[in-house]
Design a protein around this ligand. Structure first.
Ligand SMILES: [Zn+2]
Length: 977
C-alpha cells in the first residue's frame, strides 16, 4: 500500500462519516458475531429514564458502557449489547401530567379517563425514545437499540409478576403499614433512597412552636407541659405526649403560668423574641417517671379511649426541643411505633392529597395552613411562643412538593431477613472504585429498611395481588404469577396488562370473588428485575438467562449505588440467592463549569453536540474516561479541558501527516516492507531494528499495550488511559523529533533499491513509525473509536480496527527504556543548568560529565545527549552532573557562527526565498571577534544557508539588512544565485 500526502481529515468530518460507514457495513454486528457464543462477556444496560433528554451524564455512562465492551471484544469475547428503557413510574407520570396540564392526581379518572392517561403515557415513551438515537451514534456508542427491551413491554411485566409471586411464595413479601415519606401532589409514598439519590432536600423556613398541654390531676394545677413541634399541622391529630423517665424535668413559674420541661433546656427554651432569657422561678425538679401515666386535656377533639396520656419513650432526649414530644402516630415514624407499642389511637385526618378531612381546617392543605395554625393557636394562648427555624427538609425529587410523613398501607419486601446474605454476596462483586464496596454500598444494605414495593399510581406494572373476603369476613389473598394463571382463574386474556384494563379482571375461587388491589409496583423493582425480565425469563430463554447470569459488567453514576445497584442486588439475592453482577464501575457526577449541578437555567454547560462538533466526540470520550469521574468523584466540566485533550490527540495526526508526507515523497509502501504474504496484520519489526530510537519506541508501544490491558482488566479506566497520553508525548516529542533527520536524509526515491546505510536506516524509520501508529490505533480503539478507525484504515487499508484483536505484547527492552528515561532526565537537568547560567543552547560547550549508571550508556545515547545539550564531549564517570560552562575563544566563535546562521536564515525568509533556493551572500561587520568567527566557519555557514558564495564586504546584493549579533552590528546582503 502506497501513501498520499494530505489524507488527513478533520474529526467532525470522519466522525460523522464513520457512523454511517459502521452502519452500512454492519461493523458492530460483525464484531459481535465473529466471537463464539461460548465465550460471552455479559453487559447489563442500566436503563435511563426515557423521560429525560440526553445530557452529559448519560453520555458519560454511555462512554464507559462502550469502552469496556469494545475492549473485551478485542480480547476475543462475545459482548452483546442491548439497550434498555425505563418507561414506568413517577418520572414518566409527572412527565405526562405536565404535557396534559394535570396538577391534581384526583383529575386522573375524573377529568381525564384513566385509559386516555395510560395511552398518553405510552405514546410519550415511544416519542422521546427516538431522540436518543442520534446522540448515542454521535458519541460513538455501539449498542443495539432496535431490539431494546423496555419495562412497559408485556413480556417484561410478566417476568416481574413472576418475580413478585416467587418472593411472595417464599415468604419474602408482606403487607403492612408504615410511616413513609409521602408526596401529596403525586399522592404516593416516596422511598428514602429516591430522596437521597437526588439529594432533594431544600432549605425551608418552618414555625418552631412551643405548645402548652394542660395537665389533669397534677398537684399544682393548672400546670402545662411544654411540647415542641415544627409541624403544627399535626396538632389536630395529637393523641399522646412522650417524655423520658430518666430525664430531669423542672416545674417553673413564668409570669404566673406553670410550665414543665426538661431542666437542662430551661435557658434555651425560656427566652423572648430577642433570645434573652425571661424571668422564671424553678419551683421543683423531678424525674420524668413522675409524669408517665398522667393525662392532659386535648387541644381539640377528645380522641377517645387511651388518648391524651403521657408515655415514656427512649427516643425522647434533651438535645433540642423541650424534652417533651407531641405524638401524632399517623405522621411520624417514632410516634407510629410508640402508638403500636402502647396502644393509644392513631388519627388520620387528611386525604391522600394532604387536605384536612375534619376539624377547624377541613378542606385546607396542610402545608398551606402550617404557619397559620401556629398563629391562631398563639392567639388562643395554647401556644406559648413561636420562633422560625431554617432547616433542610425533603422535597419530592420529581415534582418538588414538600414531603410529609404519613402512615400508609403498603406491600413490603423483607430486606431484614436477607440482609446478611446480601452482604455476603457483595463479597463476590468487584467494585471500582473499591471503597464503595465496604463503604457506601455495604452501608446502604446494612441500614436498609424493608422495601416498600407498592405505589398508589397508575403507569407501572400492576401489582398481581387480588383480594377477596370469605363468609366469615376473613380476608383472602391470591398473588398471580403469570398471564396464563390469570386466564385460568378468570378466563380473561388481555392485550395490555396495564391499568385500567387489569383492574377489571376479577375471578371467583370457592364462591369468593377476588378483585385486584389498585396499587402498582415500584419502578425500581422493575429495573432490579432487568437481568431476567429482559429475556422474559422463566417463560422463555431459560438457558440464555442462566448462561448470562450474573452479568460481568455494569456502570452507572454514584447515586445508583443506593438505587439501581441496590435494587438489582436485592431482587437477585431474594430470588436466586446470589449477586446479579460481578464488576461495577461507579462514576462521579458531572458538575457545570461553575461547580454546581448541570442546569439549563444556570447555563453552566455547553450542549454536548456543540462540544463534539468543535473538539470531536473522541476528545469528549477520552476526557470523561481519564477524569476523576471514573474514580467515583465529581468532576467540573469545562470546555477548555475537552479542548486540551483534543490538542493532545491532534499530536497523533501531526505524526500521521509527517509520516504520509515523507512516505509519499519516498514512495515507501508498508506491505512491501512486511514479510511477503500480507495477512492484514502489521508485524512487529523490532527484530530488524538497529537504531536505538526504533528499538526504544517499539518497546514503549509494548509497554503501553501491557499497561492498558492490565488496568482495563481491573476496570481502572483512569490508569488505563493515563499512559496513552504519555506515550503520544514520547512518540511525538521524542521519537519523531529525534528521527526527523533520518527521514530528511538524501535519497528522493527508492530507485536504487534502498541500499545505502542511510537508506536502510530510513526504511526502518518508516516501518517503525508505521507500526507504532497502527498499534496506537488498536490500543486506543476502545477509548477513541473514531480516531482509531480513521487512522487504522488510512494506514492499512483494512476494513476496521474494531474487528481486530487486542495486540500481543512483544519484547520490551527494559534496560533501554530505563536508560532512555534517564537520558531524558539528564538532558532536562543540563538544559536547566544552561538556562541558569544564561547560556543559549546554540552556544556549544566543551564538556559534560554525568553520573555513572550501573551500565554505561551506549554510544548512540551519548550522541543524543551531546546533540540535545550541544556539548563537544561527554563522559559518564562522575558522581554528579557537571557542565563545563567555561567559554574558550574558539567555542565563542562557534557560538557566534550559529547565531549568524540563524540570522541569515531569517533574512532568507524575509526575502521570500524558497527553502531550496541557492543564494549569493555577503556579510559585513566591524566587530573583530565576529568577523573572525565568520571567516573561520565560512564553509559551515555556506553549507547551512545554501550559499554558493560568501564575501566579507558591505556588499551590493538585492536584499540588505542590518542585524545585531551579541550587540554588534552585522550587515547581511543576499540574493538568489
Ligand atoms: Zn411529587
Amino acid at each position: 500500500m502506497k501513501f498520499k500526502k494530505s489524507t488527513r481529515r478533520a474529526p467532525i468530518e470522519y466522525e460523522k462519516d464513520l457512523v454511517k460507514y459502521w452502519k452500512k457495513n454492519k461493523t458492530f454486528e460483525k464484531s459481535v458475531e465473529m466471537r463464539s457464543k461460548d465465550n460471552s462477556y455479559v453487559f447489563y444496560d442500566g436503563p435511563p429514564f426515557i423521560t429525560g433528554t440526553p445530557h452529559h451524564g448519560n453520555l458519560l455512562s454511555s462512554v464507559i458502557k462502550d469502552a469496556v465492551p469494545r475492549f473485551w471484544t478485542m480480547k476475543g469475547k462475545r459482548v452483546e449489547r442491548t439497550w434498555g428503557w425505563d418507561c414506568h413510574g413517577l418520572p414518566a407520570e409527572v412527565f405526562t401530567e405536565r404535557k396534559l396540564g394535570i396538577t391534581d392526581k384526583r383529575d386522573i379518572g375524573t377529568k381525564i379517563s384513566l385509559e386516555e392517561y395510560i395511552n398518553t403515557c405510552r405514546s410519550n415513551m415511544i416519542q422521546t425514545g427516538s431522540e436518543w438515537n442520534d446522540i448515542i451514534d454521535r458519541i460513538g456508542r455501539w449498542v443495539d437499540m432496535d431490539n431494546a427491551y423496555s419495562t412497559m413491554d408485556k413480556d417484561y411485566m410478566e417476568s416481574v409478576w413472576w418475580a413478585f409471586r416467587k418472593l411472595y411464595d417464599d415468604g419474602k413479601i408482606y403487607e403492612g403499614e408504615k410511616v413513609l415519606l409521602y408526596c401529596t401532589r403525586d399522592a404516593t409514598p416516596i422511598s428514602k433512597a429516591e430522596v437521597a439519590m437526588d439529594n432533594s432536600y431544600e432549605n425551608d423556613t418552618d414555625p418552631s412552636v412551643y405548645v402548652k398541654f394542660k395537665l389533669v390531676d397534677w398537684p399544682s394545677s393548672p400546670a402545662h407541659l411544654l411540647a415542641w413541634t415544627t409541624t403544627p399541622w399535626t396538632l389536630n391529630s395529637n393523641t399522646a405526649l412522650a417524655v423520658n423517665r430518666n430525664l430531669e424535668y423542672a416545674e417553673v413559674d413564668v409570669d404566673g403560668t406553670t410550665l414543665i420541661l426538661a431542666s437542662s433546656l430551661l435557658n434555651k427554651v425560656l427566652t423572648d423574641g430577642k433570645h434573652n432569657v425571661v424571668a422564671f422561678t424553678v419551683k421543683r425538679t423531678f424525674k420524668g417517671a413522675e409524669l408517665v401515666g398522667k393525662s392532659y386535656e386535648p387541644l381539640f377533639k377528645d380522641r377517645g379511649q387511651g388518648a391524651h396520656k403521657i408515655w415514656h419513650a427512649d427516643f425522647v432526649h434533651a438535645e433540642d426541643g423541650t424534652g417533651i414530644a407531641h405524638e401524632s402516630p399517623a405522621y411520624g415514624e417514632d410516634d407510629y411505633g410508640l402508638s403500636k407499642k402502647m396502644g393509644f389511637p392513631m388519627v388520620l385526618d387528611t386525604d391522600e392529597n394532604g387536605f384536612y378531612t375534619e376539624g377547624d381546617w377541613k378542606g385546607k392543605q396542610i402545608w398551606e395552613v402550617n404557619k397559620e395554625i401556629a398563629k391562631q393557636l398563639l392567639e388562643k394562648k395554647v401556644v406559648w411562643k413561636i420562633e422560625y427555624i431554617q432547616h433542610e427538609y425533603p422535597h419530592c425529587h420529581r415534582c418538588g412538593t414538600k414531603l410529609m410523613y404519613r402512615a400508609h398501607p403498603s406491600w413490603f419486601m423483607n430486606i431484614q431477613g436477607q440482609k446478611q446474605q446480601m452482604l455476603e454476596q457483595n463479597g463476590n462483586i468487584n467494585w471500582f472504585p473499591e471503597h464503595i464496596k465496604e463503604g457506601r454500598f455495604a452501608k446502604t444494605v446494612e441500614s436498609a429498611p424493608d422495601w416498600n414495593l407498592s405505589r398508589d399510581r397508575f403507569w407501572a406494572t400492576a401489582m398481581p395481588v387480588w383480594k377477596g373476603t370469605d363468609k366469615s369476613g376473613k380476608e383472602l389473598i391470591r398473588v398471580v404469577g403469570s398471564y396464563t394463571e390469570l386466564k385460568e382463574l378468570s378466563g380473561v386474556e388481555l392485550e395490555d396488562y396495564h391499568r385500567p384494563w387489569i383492574d377489571d379482571v376479577t375471578f371467583k375461587i370457592d364462591g369468593v370473588e377476588y378483585k385486584r388491589i389498585d396499587k402498582v409496583l415500584d419502578c425500581w423493582f422493575e429495573s432490579g428485575s432487568m437481568p431476567f425480565a429482559q429475556f422474559h425469563y422463566p417463560f422463555e430463554n431459560k438457558e440464555k438467562f442462566e448462561a448470562n447470569f450474573p452479568g460481568d459488567f455494569i456502570a452507572e453514576y454514584v447515586a445508583q449505588v443506593r438505587a439501581w445497584f441496590y435494587s438489582l442486588h436485592a431482587v437477585s439475592v431474594g430470588l436466586f440467592g446470589k449477586n446479579s453482577f460481578s464488576n461495577v464501575v461507579v462514576t462521579g457526577t458531572i458538575m457545570g463549569s461553575d461547580g454546581r449541578k448541570l442546569s439549563k437555567s444556570l447555563g453552566n454547560y455547553t450542549d454536548p453536540n456543540v462540544i463534539m462538533d468543535e473538539y470531536s466526540a473522541d476528545a469528549l470520550r477520552f476526557l470523561f474516561l481519564s477524569s476523576t469521574l471514573l474514580n467515583g468523584e465529581d468532576f467540573t466540566m469545562k470546555d477548555k479541558d475537552v479542548s486540551d485533550v483534543h490538542r493532545k490527540l491532534t499530536m497523533i495526526w501531526n505524526m500521521y501527516d509527517f509520516f504520509t508526507l515523507y512516505a509519499s515523497v519516498d514512495g515507501w509502501s508498508f506491505d512491501a516492507a512486511q514479510d511477503k504474504e500480507w495477512d492484514g496484520d502489521v508485524k512487529d519489526p523490532s527484530g530488524d531494528c538497529n537504531n536505538v530510537l526504533d528499538v526504544w519506541v517499539i518497546s514503549r508501544v509494548h509497554q503501553l499495550t501491557q499497561e492498558v490491558d492490565k488496568h482495563m482488566q481491573a476496570y481502572d479506566l483512569p490508569n488505563a488511559t493515563k499512559p496513552i497520553l504519555e506515550f503520544i508525548e514520547d512518540a511525538s516529542n521524542w521519537y519523531v523529533r529525534r528521527s526527523r533527520k533520518r527521514f530528511w536524509r538524501a535519497s528522493q526515491s527508492l530507485g536504487d533499491g534502498w541500499k545505502s546505510e542511510d537508506d536502510v536506516d530510513k526504511k526502518m524509520a518508516y516501518t517503525t513509525l508505521h507500526y507504532v501508529l497502527v498499534q496506537l490505533a488498536k490500543i486506543m480503539a476502545p477509548f477513541t473509536p473514531f480516531l482509531s478507525e480513521e487512522l487504522y484504515r488510512n494506514l492499512t487499508g483494512e476494513q476496521s480496527v474494531h474487528l481486530v484483536n487486542w495486540p500481543e505484547t512483544g519484547h520490551i527492552n527494559e534496560l533501554l527504556v530505563g536508560q532512555m528515561k534517564d537520558v531524558r532526565a539528564v538532558i532536562t537537568d543540563v538544559l536547566s543548568v544552561r538556562a541558569a547560567a544564561g547560556i543559549k543552547v546554540r552556544q556549544p560547550l566543551a564538556k559534560l560529565t554525568v553520573p555513572s549508571a550501573q551500565l554505561p550508556y551506549p554510544g548512540e545515547l551519548i550522541e543524543i545527549i551531546k546533540e540535545e545539550v550541544n556539548v563537544k564531549e561527554m563522559t559518564q564517570t562522575g558522581k554528579e552532573l557537571r557542565l563545563d560552562t567555561k567559554l574558550t575563544p574558539a567555542l565563542r566563535r562557534e557560538g557566534l557562527m550559529r547565531e549568524v546562521v540563524r540570522q541569515v536564515q531569517a533574512a532568507r525568509k524575509a526575502a521570500e526565498l524558497q527553502v531550496d533556493d541557492r543564494i549569493k551572500l555577503s556579510l559585513y561587520t566591524e566587530a573583530k571577534e565576529l568577523a573572525e568567527a565568520i571567516k573561520e566557519h565560512s564553509d559551515a555557514i555556506k553549507a547551512e544557508t545554501l550559499a554558493t558564495s560568501l564575501h566579507m564586504s558591505p556588499g551590493g546584493y538585492k536584499h540588505k539588512q542590518d542585524t545585531k549579533v551579541e550587540g554588534d552590528t552585522l550587515r547581511i546582503a543576499l540574493e538568489k544565485a
